[in-house]
Write a new protein. Structure first.
Length: 155
């Protein structure tokens, strides 16, 4: 079950809701998840999005996703899906925190080398696959039919 809220400015509430509902139904349907998606200015942080655990690292089920406002549909969808991969990683136990240190698949993560952190590599890889799956779904295709940079899912 998904419980979610959205806030902020410069985003489509309908698109945000559709992405959250689709992802949770497809990838974490048996978990009770609470997600707050806040849209704000993150450009000074040199980021498009963050995913934070709110309820502790033992069995995380409450998350806050912060997203840059006023992105294109493609950027927005890809970024939210990227952050949802992190939610999935936390919920399934692939990404954990022990003694204030993050671990991915049991191995400690080097916090200094952000671009090469294994959970980020996984999320960057999967965000494009998920974008194709989401935009290729006829139920959600209407968001992208007039979008010139859409990715069309084939086969």
């Amino acid at each position: 079950m998904l419980i979610y809220s959205t806030s902020g400015y410069g985003y489509s509430k309908r698109l945000c809701t559709d992405i959250l509902q689709w992802f949770c139904a497809e990838y974490i349907p048996r978990h009770k998840i609470e997600i707050d998606v806040h849209h704000c200015g993150l450009r000074y942080d040199d980021s498009y999005g963050f995913c934070d655990v709110l309820d502790g690292f033992r069995r995380p089920r409450e998350f806050k996703i912060s997203l840059q406002s006023r992105m294109s549909k493609k950027e927005y969808t890809t970024t939210l899906l990227h952050e949802m991969v992190h939610v999935h990683q936390w919920v399934t136990g692939t990404l954990t925190s022990k003694c204030s240190r993050m671990h991915y698949k049991g191995e400690e993560i080097d916090r200094d080398d952000y671009e090469n952190q294994p959970h980020e590599i996984d999320a960057r890889k999967r965000e494009h696959e998920l974008y194709s799956q989401f935009t290729g779904n006829p139920k959600y295709y209407s968001h992208f039919k007039n979008c010139p940079k859409r990715v069309v899912h084939v086969g």
